[in-house]
Design a protein around this ligand. Structure first.
Ligand code: GDP
Ligand code: ZN
Length: 344
């Protein structure tokens, strides 16, 4: 047998560094002794903050957990395998051992990793918009594209409808019927008169939803109407001043009394359309899909190119002019949608 090689001074130093790292690790609470935990079971992450997560078990009991070091990311909505702690006097008693594959995930651009997950296993994205300050169809289109790109069903919600006269309401409905006609669900609500709240509750039932939309459209107000105990901070329309800003910085999953869940966090609310390759943008306009590939030129820009079947569909009234123009507007702004730090 070969003689054990002698270590150089440098190697010896390294060994001792490693040993102290190991010692530090084993005293780390996340590597607590196995006998401190109950058997492994399934649960769902309903709260996420710092290095910890709240996991709800199948009986609805919440366990504050550490995470195994091997787990790269845990977000609200994640289905996990975890072990509750035996000593419930500890503030953080359990441990998450594995995260199940995600059905869907919302991400935001991240300086280091490209994208960072913010919530998982979402069934639908409620795009909240309002008639005040003004209704922007282009913004709705941006959220629709972003939702289609992550393959999560969007629902269009128009809030503050009590502010509209009946003529204005009819006009808005005509505008939004374009979306209804291509298959999107539309909900009209008011947090003041509670119009549409029941319909919204029905739409949220048995699903995991997120509310997205610009500041001031009424997301917090809607959450308060649906979940009076949530105690959301209602901001003013100019929420960026810092004065009316939401104080919650952590992500949470809340249960609606009528069934269904909401995942909410500033990161989730900031879900937006970031830079996409043109093809993915085009695909995000779902009614265009029928025509894509049919144009004369493979690299058709769907503008003034000869033999463009999409343009032809617009001219024949099969595709909305408004959506077509909105597409070109987003396309021409695409480069600006890169997060500022990621700009070349
Ligand atoms: P968020 O930034 O999207 O969370 O919006 P907030 O819930 O903080 O609401 C912004 C402002 O709109 C607040 O002054 C709310 O009182 C107001 N607001 C919310 N919903 C309604 C509504 O249905 N009608 C009217 N008139 N105002 C509303
Ligand atoms: Zn074309």
């Amino acid at each position: 047998m070969a003689k054990k090689p002698k270590l150089t001074k440098k190697q010896k130093r390294q060994v001792s560094v490693n040993r102290s790292k190991r010692l530090a690790k084993s005293s780390d609470q996340s590597e607590m002794e196995d006998n401190q935990f109950e058997e492994q079971q399934v649960g769902r992450v309903i709260g996420r903050f710092g290095k910890h997560a709240d996991v709800e078990d199948q009986q609805g009991i919440v366990h504050r957990c550490h995470m195994r070091r091997t787990i790269t990311s845990v977000v609200c909505g994640d289905q996990v395998l975890f072990r509750p702690g035996k000593d419930l006097s500890l503030s953080i008693s359990g441990i998450i051992e594995a995260v199940e594959d995600r059905k869907s995930v919302l991400t935001r651009p991240d300086f280091y990793d490209g994208v960072k997950p913010v919530a998982a296993n979402i069934d639908q994205i409620i795009i909240v918009s309002s008639v005040l300050p003004s209704l922007s169809l282009n913004i709705i289109d941006r959220y629709l594209v972003a939702s289609e790109d992550v393959e999560i069903t969007p629902v269009i919600l128009l809030n503050k409808v009590e502010m509209l006269t009946s003529e204005e309401r009819a006009e808005v409905e005509t505008q939004l019927n374009v979306y209804r006609d291509i298959g999107y669900q539309i909900v009209y609500t008011s947090c003041k008169t509670l119009t549409g709240v029941e319909q919204l509750a029905a739409c949220l039932k048995d699903k995991v939803s997120v509310f997205v939309g610009q500041s001031g459209v009424g997301k917090s107000s809607l959450i308060n109407v649906l979940l009076p105990d949530a105690d959301e901070v209602i901001g003013d329309i100019s929420d960026n001043s810092g004065l009316g800003q939401h104080t919650t910085t952590t992500a949470k999953l809340l249960h609606f009394p009528a069934g269904g869940d909401l995942i909410d966090s500033p990161g989730v609310r900031e879900f937006a359309l970031w830079h996409l390759p043109t093809e993915r943008l085009t695909n995000g306009f779902i009614e265009f899909r029928d025509y894509l590939g049919g144009c004369k030129f493979r690299d058709c820009k769907h503008q003034n190119d000869p033999g463009c079947v999409l343009k032809e569909a617009v001219e024949k009234g099969k595709v909305s002019q408004q959506r077509y123009q909105s597409y070109h507007k987003i396309l021409s702004n695409m480069d600006e949608l890169r997060p500022s730090h990621a700009k070349p």
